[in-house]
Design a binder for this molecule. Structure first.
Ligand SMILES: [Cu+2]
Length: 382
């Protein structure tokens, strides 16, 4: 009801404004003033209004900067993030300087040279010197920014130390994150969405998981066969037969996945650790590998200046080095409750807003202690 009233009020307001304009036009017609007639007084008023707007506009820039500056991210908590921040500051610095010089001039000159009956505009067809300057200066500045940006990019994407990095998988699905550590061998086992079953929510292909999943399936298959032999009703029997066919297909998919996975990868999966928190040791490279179960998600770690899409059916990854622990960042931000987060940055469905994961950066000792306390996933399964 309220919405309807608002719509009606808006329509009435628009009609009222149109009528006022119409009356104004008619009044001018009676007075013999043409719409194209602009007096010096009109230009004066418009010029002053524009200047006032310009002053308010510039003031709003300073007020907003002062008021919301604290909402910007704190210092970068990763090694490559420092370079990204420098690039960002350089670009923003240049933009702000140019803005602060050009905008006041623009508003002031618009006011100073406002229309007057006794003044005509000067016609300039071209000016080589001015044109060379306003083409060359931005071209040089942009070239420097782009070349510097490309250099930063190749530095950020540098993978020469990938061999030493701690391998961690971040798995996305609607609407949560799961983390898989590679265990002592630092080698993640293979995974496939078709292998998902029971507790194996990530579809990790491991022989122990296979045994659990197959024995569960075999039980159900045996039950279904028994039901079929006892069932008198033909339609009900057909339904059970369809269910049986599905389970048998699943069984052969599971078997095919396990037999086609190399032995060393099967072994690599056995010590994988699956948890719901991302712990990272400070000053050690991490190789994050991303997967998604359903739709495109995006793993965003704002404090580390890291973001990577998680695409179903595709593996994406990123290597970086955290440099500030959670404790140190609490001091840095003067916020005792500060926590690093990993957020989904791709609108992926109804509960997208709630798709976040706690990230903890700690000393290597604390990290080793924590990881030792986690039971390996498949060991816990048996
Ligand atoms: Cu998401």
């Amino acid at each position: 009801m309220t919405e309807l009233l608002i719509i009606v009020a808006l329509v009435v307001a628009v009609i009222a404004i149109a009528q006022v304009v119409r009356i104004f036009e008619l009044a001018n017609k009676i007075k013999g003033i043409k719409e194209s007639d602009v007096t010096d007084k009109d230009n004066d008023t418009q010029g002053k209004l524009l200047l006032t707007f310009g002053v308010l506009f510039m003031a709003s820039f300073f007020i907003m900067t002062a008021k919301w500056n604290h909402l910007l991210l704190p210092v970068s908590a990763s090694e490559h993030g420092v370079d990204i921040d420098f690039l960002m500051s350089l670009s923003m610095g240049l933009i702000i300087v140019v803005f602060l010089i050009t905008q006041p001039i623009l508003f002031y000159l618009s006011y100073k040279y406002r229309g007057r009956k006794d003044r005509t505009a000067t016609f300039i067809s071209h000016n080589d010197k001015a044109e060379i300057i306003w083409t060359a200066v931005p071209a040089i500045v942009l070239t420097v920014l782009i070349v510097y940006g490309l250099q930063t990019w190749s530095k950020v994407m540098d993978r020469s130390n990938i061999g030493d990095a701690l391998v961690v998988e971040v798995y996305a699905r609607q609407f949560d994150w799961t983390v898989r550590y590679a265990g002592a061998d630092n080698n993640l086992g293979a995974a496939n969405v078709r292998f998902i079953g029971g507790l194996n929510t990530l579809g990790v292909i491991a022989e122990s998981a296979y045994k659990t999943q197959i024995s569960g399936l075999d039980n159900n298959i045996a039950k279904a066969k028994e039901q079929i032999s006892e069932q008198q009703n033909a339609i009900k029997r057909l339904k059970i037969e369809a269910r049986l066919a599905k389970m048998e297909a699943k069984r052969s998919t599971f078997t095919a996945l396990v037999t086609s996975t190399p032995k060393d990868l099967l072994a690599a999966a056995e010590d994988d650790i699956v948890v719901k928190e991302l712990h990272l040791p400070v000053n050690k490279s991490v190789h994050l590998k991303f997967r998604s179960q359903d739709v495109i998600h995006s793993a965003y770690l704002p404090h580390f200046r890291v973001q990577m899409n998680c695409v179903p059916g595709m593996n994406t990854d990123f290597v970086f080095k955290p440099t500030i622990t959670t404790e140190e960042m609490r001091v840095e931000t003067a916020n005792e409750e500060f926590e690093y987060v990993l957020l989904c940055n791709k609108i992926c469905g109804a509960a997208h807003y709630n798709m976040q994961l706690k990230v903890i950066v700690e000393s290597e000792e604390d990290y080793n202690k924590w990881i030792a306390e986690q039971t390996d996933f498949f060991g816990a399964n048996n």
